[in-house]
Each structure stands twice: as C-alpha cells, then as structure tokens.
Design a protein around this ligand. Sequence first.
Ligand code: SAM
Length: 258
Amino acid sequence: MAESIHYSPATLNTSYSAPEIINQRRVTLDALTVQPGQNILDAGCGSGFLTYELANLVGNNGTVMAIDKSEEMIDATMERCTGLGQVTSRIANVKELPFDDNHFDAVTCTQVLLYVGDVAKAIGELSRVTRNGGRVAILETDWRSAIMHSHHPELTDTIFTAWDKTVPSPNLPGRLSRLMHEAGINVTHKEAIPLLNTDFDPGNFSVSSLNWLSGNAYKRGAISKEQSALWRDDLEKLGDQGEYFFCVNRFLFIGSKI
Ligand SMILES: C[S@@+](CC[C@H](N)C(=O)[O-])C[C@H]1O[C@@H](n2cnc3c(N)ncnc32)[C@H](O)[C@@H]1O
C-alpha cells in the first residue's frame, strides 16, 4: 500500500472548512483541554487548520510545532499561521520525530496514521516526545461505519472498500486503544464524532469528497467512468428530492503518557 498519497492543500481546504469538520476540531480541542503557555506538537499538520486553533489556545507564551512530511503542507500551514509567532514548523516523518524525549505538553495527530504503514512505531514516537503526564490525541475514521443513501449501494461499497485498500492502515479506530496502551499512553477519553450530511451541498464533507472517492476507485480499476458518473448523479438527484443522507464516524482517543 502506498504511503505516498498526494493531497494538495487546496483539496484539504474545502473539506476542512466544512461545518462538521470545524465541529470535529472543536470537540477534539475541548477534550484535549489545551492551556495557555503549553508546548504542543501537531503531527501531520496538513494545511494547518488545527495548528492555527492550537496556536490561539496556547497564546503568545506557548508554542506549537507543526510537522508534516509534505513541504507543500508546511508552507500552507505557515501561511495560515502568518503573524502567530508561537508557531514553528519542520518537514518530518511522524515515524521519526526530530525531538527530544519528554519534550511536549500535548501532541495531536488527526487523520494521519491511516497513511502510515508502521502505526505502532509512529504512536511510539508520539509517546516518546510527550512529557510524563502530557496528553496525546489521535483521531481516525473507519469508513466501514459509513452510511450513504443511494440507489446503487453496491457501488458505494466498492468505492469505500477501494479507499480502504488504498491506504496502508485503514480501520484503525478498533486498534488504537491497544496501540496507545502499548506505547505507554493511558487512554482516558474515547469518543465517536459523526460527520452527518443531509444536503447535497458542495461545501459539506461528503459532497466535497465524492470526486476523490470515486476517482480513487476508478484509478484502482474497481469501477468504470460510467459507474462513477452514475453514482454521483444519483446522489445529486437524491439531494434534489430532499433525500441525500451520509454519515461516517470519526473516533477520538486521548490519553496521558504514563
Ligand atoms: C488528511 S491530512 C490531515 C491534516 C491535519 N492533521 C488535520 O486533521 O487537519 C493528512 C496529513 O498527514 C500527512 N502525513 C501523512 N503521512 C505522514 C507521515 N508519515 N509523517 C508526517 N506527515 C504525514 C500528509 O502529508 C497530510 O498533510
């Protein structure tokens, strides 16, 4: 499985501005309870939405280090955080973090580990750089929890299954508690965060994801171009009839380094 799926910051910006993803960040940050003055790592920062919010929570006396393996994402993060002197960034791999042991008060890693083959190693690194008693927050999706109302459920299944076959570590939520425990993290908070869409709105999470999801299944040879168009057109029609319905769960795990 490829660890090299390429996203552009523009791809992330649409879905990460959707109200349900804004809510996901709010739920994550409420549960993590970041304090002013803390020293935080945002591992796999993407285009920096969470980094920006963390920076505002730690304030001028705190620091946020944003790392990502993609230079393009680091550039997008630093652009978003222009004027926030508490944010610094580095290109780095979550499997080999270039920081001392026990360095951060809290570490966030949201929607990143599915792209990593050796998840145990990555979580070991997240734990290593967190100070004793510091907190680690990991958030992942399980696409098997998705409900999509469609006249072509077999295409929906094929398209979601193709996505799971594309990433090296799909369906992680079921394993996260154990993996975090084995990395020396005492998991104290587990929460499902549903992403629910009931309108065919191009700005919501699911509609903004339809093209890359079906495009991925097409590239993998799982569906034809015609099937991709059939699937999408049906969903749009359901939207016109007031019957669009999509829901998938994201799962948040937070624990303290022992
Ligand atoms: C879907 S985005 C999530 C962005 C951000 N964490 C958020 O939730 O808003 C995934 C990000 O993880 C980064 N990534 C994937 N594998 C990585 C790795 N091994 N080390 C560091 N970053 C990685 C990608 O470059 C991408 O920017």
